[in-house]
Design a protein around this ligand. Sequence first.
Ligand SMILES: [Zn+2]
Length: 424
Amino acid sequence: MKSALKFVVEAECGTTKARVSSMTLPHSCVSTPVFMPVGTAATLKGVLPEQLKALSCQIMLSNTYHLGTRPGADIVSDAGGVHNFMQWDRSVLTDSGGFQMVSLSKLSKVDENGVLFQSPYASRKLEPADDKLPDVEMSNVDDLIADNNLNSKDFLLMTPEESINIQTKLGADIMMQLDDVVHVLTTGPRVEEAMWRSIRWLDRCIAAHKNTEKQNLFAIIQGGLQPDLRKICCAEMTKRDLPGFAIGGLSGGEEKSDFWKIVSFCTDHLPKNKPRYCMGVGYATDLVVCVALGVDMFDCVFPTRTARFGTALVKSGGCLKLSQQQYQLDFAPIDDDCNCYTCKNYTRSYLHEVACQESCASTLISIHNVAFQLNLMESMRNAIRSGTFPQFVCNFMALQYPTEDYPQWAVDALSSVGVNLKGV
Ligand SMILES: [Zn+2]
């Protein structure tokens, strides 16, 4: 397949699987490992594109589901694509829309054709009581529509072809395949069915993807927590010679001891010369561990979501809950070493006053939290380049966990790639 992406590995850690690469996309050149802030409806909540640019952000994520339902892909296309529409001239990655459908719609059904789900703007919505939620995979939407006199027009069908059609209109630099999403804790034959279906849907996405000179299609590796299924999925999907591969179906409440093993297994079975994207990962510890395991790309709503609740991310101890009384007379910035707009201009005392009260607080703390993520990634890239990444990991973890109460999964994961946090 033709590719609108050039990926060059520039430096590799001599101990772990970490590497630094340049990923050239139609709208910008992205240095990896990279964290991609998540804009939902054509905006990062509370942060303007120019503020993101001031943080040297080169790529952000936009939700196909939100843009595709409101304002709709045709309006975004008429506006000249998502870059023009939201005044962001750097790179954009759009998801397939499938995950949002299944997670936001309480009524959805998956079969070979695609995902049928209740529109968020349905004229009359059936909202099953939480304790009676139909299992997403098992719900019989047809019967529910008939039994409850619902309007079948209020149900939308997302197919692999439609997902690519919408994402083509949005015009993102990277598009994600529609995959069959099952909850990570699902067991039994459904996990294998979803894995094989995701491969078949990938082929339908590839067939529907015509704009190969300007847009890149990434595959999503599925297979739950089972290495045998992940291995088959990696082998099958990498045969398709796509420009990049994502590790999907994690960060859904699984044990961290399972999470890191699957991530590490997948990076071992994905091509070295292609970007590897671990979806939905954004906690600092997880980022550092996953970079050590060989992941290149990350996204998560966590930094901006937690900012809206008044929490600022910091190296020392992990976070500051700015609404707490102890910050009322604290005239230091969130982080002395941070050079973001918020840290250069505002004190913890001011942020304490406005946190959770004024919308400017969301903006100011979000700017810092995105800066924190981007700075962390840059520090890791610098450490990998200078051959000091293992030492960086130990120093960073010691700051995050001042009493050295490291989570056991992180100790085990890092030890698997030759970094011993406890010096043994
Ligand atoms: Zn800052």
